[in-house]
Design a protein around this ligand. Structure first.
Ligand code: AMP
Ligand code: MG
Length: 316
């Protein structure tokens, strides 16, 4: 269980920003203002920090998160850049536009940020406190909206505290959010598609592109995280196993030992942090199957089990 803690309220001055940056660099969670809504920020390069984001929000599923960066150069270190990305960034960054681009092999971003997809969503937010924090942290910050799963997105520090007080290290209070709308999400992987309408109006996009985009059909936003094929290792996955069968490798948890273990102490946040990495490592052993220890269906266990059930689902 997470240890209850007092959530600090920090001012976006030099000492508040230094404190917020130190917390993020140490793997703690800090809610921070953007021009859209308050984000629940964690070090995007730290598996455990990103697992803590899902735990704090009590999300039942690992959906991909947006990596916030300070500028175009920082984005280019994470994703495969393109001329079109350059034009869009020049027009709308900093601002409420998110670009989904192919993930670079050397990005160093946690697989929990991308939900193990080969693409990454990046954005430069237009809020001085967010930019100052990104600058001070010097790493990409993964951030969904700073509210418990299923609740309304927060547009003030008071909203953040109402939902997450005691569950995060700090909130950086930058006053109310100006836009209050989510970011527009464009996919460039490589075809250009509008994945979500948002803070950048379609007329402004059409002005830059020279043509209009219509919303991509078939809920492309949620689809990536729900495609069984994205989640399936090559090996057959068998759930709720206590011992491996012949030819199987074992993913352990708590008292059930394994070839690799998600968490020997039964810590679900640690288990989430290891999930994708261990599945890849076990799959790379080319076993006949991967046997997985039972994971409790509580807290982050729900998101872990959701992911494992997809991995175990029959293939098309
Ligand atoms: P929010 O944090 O509420 O602005 O939501 C982020 C949105 O970006 C979610 O709807 C995600 O599904 C979407 N998203 C993030 N990364 C990707 C990606 N790699 N591919 C497609 N959609 C993504
Ligand atoms: Mg949200």
């Amino acid at each position: 269980m997470p240890i209850p803690r007092i959530t600090e309220t920090l001012r976006p001055d030099a000492s508040g920003l230094a404190r917020a940056a130190a917390l993020v660099r140490a793997g703690d969670l800090v809610a921070f203002p953007t021009e859209t809504v308050y984000g629940l920020g964690g070090d995007a390069t730290d598996d455990l920090a990103v697992a803590r984001i899902f735990a704090a929000k009590d999300r039942p599923r690992f959906n991909p998160l947006i990596a916030h960066v300070a500028d175009v150069a920082a984005a280019q270190r994470l994703v495969v850049w393109s001329d079109l990305a350059d034009r869009l960034a020049a027009a709308f960054w900093p601002g409420p536009m998110t670009l989904v681009l192919p993930l670079r092999a050397d990005a160093g971003v946690s697989a929990l940020v991308t939900a193990d997809l080969p693409t990454l969503a990046v954005r430069v937010p237009a809020h001085p406190a967010a930019l100052a924090l990104l600058d001070a942290v010097g790493r990409p910050i993964a951030a969904p909206s700073a509210n418990p799963s299923g609740r309304i997105s927060p547009t003030s520090a008071a909203h953040v505290l109402a939902g997450l007080s005691g569950r995060i290290a700090a909130v950086l209070d930058g006053g109310p959010c100006a836009v209050g709308l989510e970011s527009t999400i464009l996919g460039l992987t490589p075809d250009l598609v509008l994945l979500r309408a948002g803070g950048v109006p379609s007329e402004a996009l059409a002005n830059v592109l020279g043509y209009s985009l219509t919303l991509h059909q078939g809920s492309a936003i949620t689809a990536p995280g729900q495609l069984a094929s994205h989640y399936a290792p090559d090996a057959r996955v068998r759930l709720d196993a206590l011992t491996p069968h012949a030819g199987e490798v074992m993913l352990g948890f708590g008292p059930v030992p394994g070839t690799l273990t998600l968490s020997a102490t039964g810590d679900l946040t640690e288990a989430a942090a290891h999930l994708f990495r261990h599945l890849h490592a076990l799959d790379a052993m080319s076993p006949q199957g991967i046997a997985v220890a039972p994971i409790p269906e509580t807290g982050l266990g729900r998101a872990i089990n959701d992911r494992l059930r997809r991995a175990a689902a029959p293939r098309n």
